[in-house]
Design a protein around this ligand. Structure first.
Ligand SMILES: Nc1ncnc2c1ncn2[C@@H]1O[C@H](COP(=O)(O)OP(=O)(O)O)[C@@H](O)[C@H]1O
Ligand SMILES: [Mg+2]
Length: 291
């Protein structure tokens, strides 16, 4: 059997190249406070892969996406091994647009820090008097450019971003920047509105786009998973304070209370966390999770 090595190995995902496709594998690893924890969260990778799959279908009226198959039978034999079942997606290989397309519907995290300092996020002026976690009048596009490993991504204005894209796609920088901004806002609006009816607030999220061989802009990477987004439970939401994370709430609380744990969680925290991922999946898709 031909074996494969990932060409990219992130904190939680592995990306393989297979012929002219790529295979994105979401592992059961979990990170919190910028650390990879020692435990595996059983089925997390499969749940997140199936969630991306749901959103790719849900947004296909807005934009084409890179998903080709989540059926391992469509992948090389190597990916038919047990460890790849359900957590792998065969995708169209894209020329990636080097911009992290962040959209914020609520003010929190680094956006809240920046607003407190000077009333803006990424140069966008916001109304005075907003409170922490408050819903913004309209979702805002706050892109960043990918830094090399180790560095933090850098927030940029649309114009600065367009200049970066121009280097990668001569003659298309401004055009692509505007198009992916409009796609980002449109996808977020449709999905956030839907999630709200299921009891989940999508406070913010990040998309990545690429260009296919015909020159079309295509939605890539993972979409609207708790790893690429901030999900908050609608029940108990209140502006004026920080909100619990839908999925990592137990993990973060426990780590804070146990600073000497060396990032090793007890089983009951793992079990509760697995249950939260399943719950989010079932609420959003209306389907019971099964492998
Ligand atoms: N369809 C695609 N074709 C090629 N590369 C892709 C595609 N979709 C996502 N990617 C890239 O795969 C990588 C996913 O790796 P990830 O673990 O998120 O690492 P990071 O975000 O730190 O680069 C990213 O570099 C992303 O841009
Ligand atoms: Mg990434």
């Amino acid at each position: 059997m031909k074996t494969y090595k990932p060409f990219k190995s992130g904190k939680v995902r592995e990306v393989y190249e297979a012929d002219d496709s790529i295979i994105m594998v979401a592992t059961d690893r979990i990170s919190a406070f910028d650390h990879i924890l020692k435990n595996k969260i059983t089925d997390k990778g499969a749940i997140l892969t199936q969630m991306s799959r749901f959103w790719f279908d849900f947004t296909s009226d807005i934009i084409p996406n890179h998903m080709l198959s989540v059926d391992n039978a469509d992948m090389p034999e190597y990916f038919q091994q047990e460890e790849f079942q359900g957590n792998s997606m065969k995708c169209k290989k894209l020329h990636m647009i080097p911009m992290e397309c962040i959209v914020r519907g609520y003010i929190t995290g680094s956006g809240w820090e920046s607003y407190k300092e000077n009333g803006t996020i990424c140069g966008i002026e916001l109304p005075a008097g907003l409170q922490e976690s408050e819903k913004l009048p309209e979702p805002i596009f706050t892109p960043s450019t990918k830094a090399e490993l180790g560095d933090h991504d850098e927030n940029v204005s649309l114009e600065q971003g367009a200049k970066v894209l121009e280097k990668e796609f001569p003659g298309h920088g401004q055009e692509y920047a505007e198009k992916i901004r409009d796609y980002t806002i449109a996808i977020y609006k449709k999905c956030a509105e839907y999630a709200l009816t299921k009891g989940i607030i999508i406070a913010d999220t990040k998309f990545e786009f690429g260009v296919d061989e015909d020159g079309n802009i295509v939605l890539g990477d993972e979409v609207l998973t708790p790893d690429s987004s901030r999900f908050w439970p609608l029940a108990g939401y209140e502006k004026g304070k920080s909100q619990p994370s839908y999925d990592k709430q137990f993990v973060r609380d426990w780590l804070k209370a146990n600073p000497d744990s060396d990032y090793q969680l007890p089983q009951d925290i793992i079990d509760k966390t697995i249950a939260k991922y399943k719950e989010a999946y079932e609420l959003l898709t209306g389907k019971e999770f099964s492998r």
